[in-house]
Design a protein around this ligand. Structure first.
Ligand SMILES: NC(=O)c1ccc[n+]([C@@H]2O[C@H](COP(=O)([O-])OP(=O)(O)OC[C@H]3O[C@@H](n4cnc5c(N)ncnc54)[C@H](O)[C@@H]3O)[C@@H](O)[C@H]2O)c1
Ligand SMILES: O=C(O)[C@H](O)CO
Length: 322
């Protein structure tokens, strides 16, 4: 029997490629520039499945792809894909939940600690040869994390792992804002579900961990920032557009809040003239929430398992239901 054919828009680890090759024939896109929409349409017309992690897909892309059964992304966030549009043409969208939760929560705690204790800012002072008596003056003191109040917006898989670290490691109080109540987390961590405004007003550290949707676009803007404490830190591990960056730059410039620690941005990579780059009260990382060798390999394998299952005509484990 002929194997199904899958398209890989980017390379994958050898172990993952070998798994795919056991079940499918494959083509890998090996050019530096991404395929154009027209090239992609043509490729997908001849594919049973596709791994499109760094690309996007909607109804228009797949409407003439009779063979195509699955589009897999090696990410948990799927905001660049339209699961409803794909489903209209019997194409599953799959993502990679669970396997990255602990790793992303670790990074978020790195951002919390860096932002609160000014680690990135003072690291730069040391590197630049500016370690003088002034470096330890009160105006450069940080904020405590231990026993402070963490406000988590988006108490999902990753949000809960952040809360676990906050409670078990740092004895923090936890407020959360989520679409639905999480009674287990309330019982386990003493987390309290509150309205967004209350969370903003009462938290020392506000962490964003919601998916990017119409509803969460610019969830944090001028008005929301004005409700935060002047000593508060804003941490974004979700997606850049969840924050209105213009409003955040204003709040950081006028010290309306203490600082921000950000892994995601409205435009990625950040343009070289971006105002964030000249602010001191920010920690910036280049969207590396899940970027450890082990986790990225686990994500690639999970994406491959979904891809292969779909291409073979089975229902993949991680079908995005919207
Ligand atoms: N920085 C990174 O590298 C990185 C890594 C992984 C995930 N992410 C982002 O984090 C997001 C969350 O991942 P997850 O696996 O925890 O997802 P999840 O679905 O388990 O959790 C998201 C939570 O947000 C809640 N939510 C959704 N819309 C909301 C709204 N309007 N108001 C309040 N709560 C809302 C949901 O109820 C859910 O509990 C992903 O969608 C992705 O965009 C980023
Ligand atoms: O959504 C995800 O999995 C991360 O942002 C990695 O891109």
């Amino acid at each position: 029997m002929n194997k199904p054919h899958v398209f890989l828009a980017q390379s994958v680890p050898d172990s993952v490629l070998s798994y795919i090759a056991d079940h499918c024939d494959y083509t890998i896109w090996d050019k530096d520039e991404k395929p154009t929409t027209e090239q992609l349409k043509e490729i997908l017309r001849h594919s049973d499945g596709a791994l499109l992690t760094s690309l996007s897909a909607d109804e228009e892309l797949v409407k003439n792809c009779e063979r195509l059964k699955v589009i897999s992304t090696a990410t948990v966030g799927y905001d660049r894909f339209d699961p409803i549009g794909l489903a209209k043409h019997n194409v599953y969208l799959t993502n990679t939940p669970y396997v990255l939760d602990e790793t992303v929560a670790d990074l978020l705690f790195g951002l919390i600690l860096s932002g609160s204790r000014r680690i990135a800012e003072l690291h730069k002072e040391v590197i630049d040869g500016n370690w003088t008596d002034k470096t330890t003056q009160p105006s450069l003191y940080g904020q405590d994390v231990y026993k402070k109040t963490l406000g988590i917006i988006g108490m999902g898989r990753i949000g809960e792992k952040v809360v676990h670290r906050a409670k078990e490691g740092f004895n923090m109080s936890v407020l959360y804002h989520n679409r639905s109540a999480r009674p287990e987390a309330e019982e386990r961590y003493g987390a309290k579900k509150v309205e967004l405004d209350t969370l903003l007003e009462e938290s020392d550290i506000v962490v964003l961990m919601v998916p990017l949707t119409e509803e969460t676009t610019h969830l944090i803007g001028k008005e929301e920032l004005s409700k935060m404490k002047q000593t508060a830190l804003l941490v974004n591990g979700a997606r850049g557009p969840v924050i209105d960056e213009k409003a955040l730059i204003e709040a950081l410039t006028t010290n309306e809040i203490f600082g921000a620690a950000l892994d995601v941005f409205e435009q990625e990579p950040l343009p070289s003239n971006h105002p964030f780059l000249s602010l001191k009260n920010v920690t910036l990382t280049p969207h590396i929430g899940s970027a450890t060798a082990a986790t990225r390999e686990a994500m690639a394998m999970r994406a491959a398992e979904n891809l292969v299952a779909g291409a073979l005509g089975k229902t993949p484990v991680d079908v995005v239901k919207k």
